[in-house]
Design a protein around this ligand. Structure first.
Ligand code: KG4
Ligand code: ZN
Length: 458
C-alpha cells in the first residue's frame, strides 16, 4: 500500500494539475521550504534552489534564464534533454529500444519498463554532462506523466521526482502530445496561438486547434489505430529490419515501389468528419501480402528480386493511401478550424510519422491550397525526445503552472500520478461522428479541462 500521495497527484488529491506558487512544507521531512516566487529572493532557500537566483526577465515578463531538464519515458525511448528558456538546446540524449522492438515485433510493456530502468540514470547524467551542468544548476524538472504505458511512465516520473526532491527543484508534469505540438514553437519562434496541429505517432492520430497554452480543441482522432501503428505492422509483415523502427524502414522501401500498383481503399471516405481509421487499411495490406504469397518470415534482405519488388509495391501503395487519408482529413479540419479561429496561419505537423518525407511533401501541398504555412520540426524533434518535454515544461512554468519540489526522502512506494489515457483537449462537438462515439472510454479529464477548471478557481 502506498504510504503517501505524490504532489503530482492532481486527480487523486482533487487539486488542479499545476499550482500557483504557494507556501508548502515537505510533508514527511518536516522541513519548511519557501515558494519558488519568480520575483522574490528568499535567503533561507537560496542555497537550496537555483531558481531563487536573480534572473533575466524579458519585456513580456518571461524568465529568459531558466534551465530545465526534460525526461521522457512514455513508450520505447528513454530520453532526456536540457533546454534554456531562450530556446537554446543545451543537450539531447535518446536511448532507443530498437533491438527489443525488432525481437518482439512491438513494445512489450514489462520489457520496456526494464529497459528504461536500466538506462535512465545514464541518460540523464549524459544530458547533464553534455550541457556541462550539475543537477544543482537546473531551475526545474519536466517529465511526461501521460499518455503512455504506466510501467514506462513510472520510471521517468520516479527519476524526475528523485532528482527534483534531492535538489529542491520544482517539477512540471507534461502531456506527451502537447509536447509534440509545442516543440514547434521552439523551432519556429514566430509560431503564435492559435494554430492547428496534426500529431501523428505510434499511438495517436490527432487533429487539434491549439487556441492557447493548455487550451486545445480536438477536431479529430483515430477511431482505432494510429498511422504509426499501421506503418509498423506493414513493415513487420513485409519482413523489414525493425531495428530502424518500422516507419523509416517502410519509407525507404516505398521509394523502390510503384504507389499505384496495389489498389487500396482510402479509409472513411463516407464520414464527413476529421476522424481517422487505420485498422481497415492494415487488413487490406495483410490480405494483399497473403495474395502475393509473401513470407514475412523471410527477411527482405534474403528475398528474390521479384519478391522484393512485390514488397516495395505494397509499401509504396500503402504509404500513398495512408497519407491520402491524412491529407483529406487535414483539409477538412483546416476549413473547420478557420471558421472557429479565422486568424490561424500555421499547421504544425509533429510526432514520429511527421519525420516521413512523403508525409511532409504531401501536407505541404495541402497547406499551400489553404493559404496556411507548414511548420514541421526536424526529424530528431518529431520522434520522441526530451527537448519537447523540457520546452513544454518551460512554457507552463512561465505561466506559473508547476508543482513544488517533492520531498527529498519520498518513499519508493509513493503513489504516483500517472495518466496512461489522458485526452489533450475537449472534442469539437459539431464534429463528433457516429464512428467516433464508439470509443468513449477515458480515464482522466482532458488537460484543457483541468487547466480551465484551475483557472476558474483562481
Ligand atoms: O512520436 P513517436 O516517436 O512515438 C510515439 O509517441 O508513438 O512515434 C513513433 C512512430 C512509430 O510508429 C514509427 O514507426 C513512426 O513514428 N515513424 C515513422 C517514421 N519515423 C518514425 N513513420 C513513417 N515514416 C518515418 N520516417
Ligand atoms: Zn510521441
Amino acid at each position: 500500500m502506498a504510504s503517501m500521495v505524490s504532489t503530482l497527484s492532481a486527480i487523486v488529491s482533487g487539486l488542479p494539475l499545476f499550482r500557483k506558487p504557494s507556501l508548502y512544507a515537505h510533508s514527511n521531512c518536516s522541513r519548511l521550504v519557501y515558494p519558488f516566487l519568480r520575483t522574490s529572493f528568499n535567503p533561507i532557500s537560496a542555497h537550496l534552489s537555483s531558481f531563487s537566483k536573480a534572473r533575466a526577465i524579458n519585456s513580456s515578463g518571461l524568465d529568459e534564464d531558466l534551465v530545465v531538464l526534460g525526461i521522457e519515458t512514455s513508450c520505447d525511448d528513454t530520453a532526456a534533454a536540457i533546454v534554456r528558456s531562450n530556446g537554446e538546446i543545451l543537450s539531447q540524449v535518446v536511448s532507443s529500444q530498437a533491438d527489443l522492438l525488432a525481437r518482439f515485433g512491438g513494445v512489450a510493456p514489462k520489457m520496456a519498463e526494464e529497459a528504461h530502468a536500466q538506462v535512465i540514470d545514464q541518460v540523464v547524467q549524459e544530458a547533464l554532462d553534455l550541457a556541462k551542468l550539475n543537477e544543482e544548476d537546473l531551475s526545474a524538472v519536466a517529465v511526461t506523466i501521460g499518455p503512455g504505458l504506466s510501467l514506462c511512465l513510472r520510471v521517468g516520473v520516479r527519476k524526475a521526482r528523485k532528482l527534483a526532491g534531492t535538489n529542491v527543484l520544482p517539477i512540471i508534469g507534461v502531456h506527451h502530445m502537447e509536447a509534440h505540438a509545442l516543440v514547434a514553437r521552439l523551432v519556429e519562434r514566430e509560431l503564435k496561438f492559435p494554430f492547428m496541429a496534426l500529431l501523428i505517432s505510434g499511438g495517436h492520430n490527432l487533429l487539434i486547434l491549439a487556441r492557447d497554452l493548455g487550451h486545445y480543441i480536438q477536431l479529430g482522432t483515430t477511431i482505432d489505430d494510429a498511422i504509426g501503428e499501421a506503418y509498423d505492422k506493414t513493415a513487420k509483415w513485409l519482413g523489414l529490419d525493425l531495428r530502424k523502427s518500422g516507419g523509416p524502414a517502410l519509407e525507404e522501401l516505398a521509394r523502390e515501389g510503384d504507389p499505384n500498383s496495389v489498389k487500396f481503399k482510402v479509409p472513411m471516405k463516407q464520414h464527413k468528419d476529421c476522424n481517422f481509421s487505420y485498422a481497415g487499411l492494415k487488413t487490406q495490406v495483410r490480405l494483399a501480402i497473403e495474395s502475393k504469397s509473401i513470407d514475412s518470415g523471410i527477411p527482405i534482405s534474403s528475398a528474390s528480386t521479384e519478391d522484393k519488388l512485390a514488397r516495395a509495391n505494397i509499401a509504396a501503395s500503402f504509404q500513398r493511401v495512408a497519407v491520402l487519408h491524412l491529407e483529406e482529413k487535414c483539409e477538412r479540419a483546416i476549413e473547420w478550424a478557420l471558421k472557429i479561429e479565422p486568424s490561424i496561419k500555421h499547421l504544425v505537423v509533429s510526432g514520429g510519422v511527421a519525420s516521413n518525407q512523403h508525409v511532409r511533401a504531401r501536407l505541404n501541398e495541402v497547406v499551400g491550397r489553404t493559404g496556411l504555412q507548414l511548420v514541421c520540426p526536424p526529424p530528431s524533434l518529431c520522434t520522441d525526445n526530451g527537448v519537447m518535454i523540457a520546452w513544454t515544461g518551460i512554457e507552463h512554468f512561465q505561466m506559473g503552472r508547476y508543482d513544488p519540489p517533492p520531498p527529498a526522502c519520498e518513499p519508493a512506494d509513493a503513489l504516483l500520478d500517472l495518466r496512461p489515457r489522458w485526452p489533450l483537449g475537449e472534442e469539437f462537438v459539431e464534429g463528433r461522428s457516429e464512428a467516433r462515439s464508439l470509443r468513449t472510454a477515458r480515464i482522466h479529464p482532458s488537460l484543457t479541462s483541468l487547466i480551465q477548471a484551475s483557472m476558474e478557481r483562481q
